[in-house]
Design a protein around this ligand. Structure first.
Ligand code: SAH
Length: 344
């Protein structure tokens, strides 16, 4: 089977080359062609012999994406729809955002999502599979090429649940981190999860240095299970236990995401419960004005309520900020990604 050469860490690629009878240092040369010189074909790797280039072509693909569509928001945010060229016609979305500290790409980790969160537009997309490492990495390469910029930050907040595709996401992070590949440090990568508890323990034991974000959205099990079915499998108590273990092991702060929906989870009683839940923890709260989706039952909190909620948390000693909404006019904001919109 032809394998995508971008799926491999440098060490793995060395092994792959040895398997086909080549010297391992060739892997470093290939990495340079792909990640420094950004070539898009084996033929362009001109310091490799023609024979070797042929051999590479027979054993590997190079995994380039095609841009099917690109939308640009009034705030400069760009949403990309990619043809991932997997022979099955699968398309994925990624978003490029500009902040004062640089450019951030919001990557997808799966084709579709199994989590079924009620407020999220990715729910309802047919789940196909997790993305391979090379397909995660290629989202960044393709955007850097198209926008002619260098990305400084990555957030795993596009379509999919990264911890439901754990091994591929970890491998992608290794490639993203590698100074010979994308050279983006772990501290510039955020991974957001709906709360797959066993994998949070794995991240802790691995001492992962990326920022971990937990999609909390509610402090009581009944409401959270209604919003996020995964809560029935891993309820809040178990989730918080895993988070505490993670903080203890890594000494890193966790970011809790809380999407505010009018009259659902946005009154001061909810804020007070959140204070009680997070008191004494190395935590930060990221408040997200909920983005309304088609046929969704949740509506956005008023600005007044959002500010009141934030101020209450801050007064009680919990650091909370309101996430700036980017790209909502092109359906590129949190929870709006849904490839069908673009296919129709
Ligand atoms: N599966 C991961 C990453 C996906 S989305 C997770 O659940 O964390 C990234 C963030 O956007 C999550 O916090 C998610 O809960 C949030 N989100 C999803 N739909 C939203 C919506 N309609 N409005 C605001 N935030 C939303």
């Amino acid at each position: 089977m032809i394998k995508n050469i971008k799926n491999y860490s440098l060490d793995e690629l060395k092994e792959e080359l040895q398997k086909i009878g080549e010297k391992s240092y060739r892997a470093t040369q290939i990495y340079e062609w792909i990640y420094s010189k950004r070539v898009k074909s084996f033929d362009e790797m001109t310091n490799l012999s023609i024979d070797l280039r042929e051999k590479l072509k027979n054993n590997f693909s190079i995994g380039n994406f095609g841009i099917v569509k690109k939308l640009e928001s009034v705030d400069g945010t760009k949403k990309y729809l990619f043809d991932i060229n997997d022979g099955k016609g699968n398309l994925i979305e990624s978003v490029l955002m500009q902040y004062h500290h640089g450019f951030t790409v919001c990557v997808s980790s799966q084709i579709g999502c199994r989590m079924g969160c009620k407020f999220c537009a990715s729910t309802g997309i047919k789940f196909e599979r997790g993305l391979f490492p090379g397909e995660i990495v290629e989202q960044i390469l393709a955007i850097e090429e198209d926008a002619k910029i260098k990305i400084s930050n990555i957030v795993f907040m596009g379509i999919g649940e990264p911890l439901d595709n754990y091994d591929n996401v970890m491998k992608a992070i290794e490639i993203i981190n590698n100074p010979k590949a994308l050279n983006i440090g772990a501290r510039h990568i955020s991974l957001s999860t709906s709360g797959i508890v066993p994998r949070i323990y794995d991240l802790a034991d691995k001492n992962m240095q990326c920022t971990l974000s937990i999609s909390l959205h509610s402090t009581n099990n009944e409401k959270r299970s209604e919003m996020m079915p995964i809560n029935k499998v891993y309820p809040i108590e178990e989730l918080m236990k895993a988070c505490k273990y993670y903080i203890e092991k890594t000494n890193k702060r966790i970011s809790f995401e809380y999407a505010l929906a009018k009259s659902e989870n946005d009154n001061l009683k909810d804020a007070d419960e959140l204070v009680k839940l997070l008191k004494g923890m190395l935590a930060h709260v990221n408040l997200i004005p909920i983005n309304e989706i088609k046929d969704g039952k949740y509506t956005k909190s008023t600005n007044e309520n959002i500010i009141r909620f934030r101020d209450y948390l801050n007064e009680k000693g919990i650091v909370a900020t309101i996430r700036r909404e980017l790209g909502s006019d092109i359906e590129a904001a949190c929870g709006q990604l849904r490839k069908q919109n673009l296919e129709s």
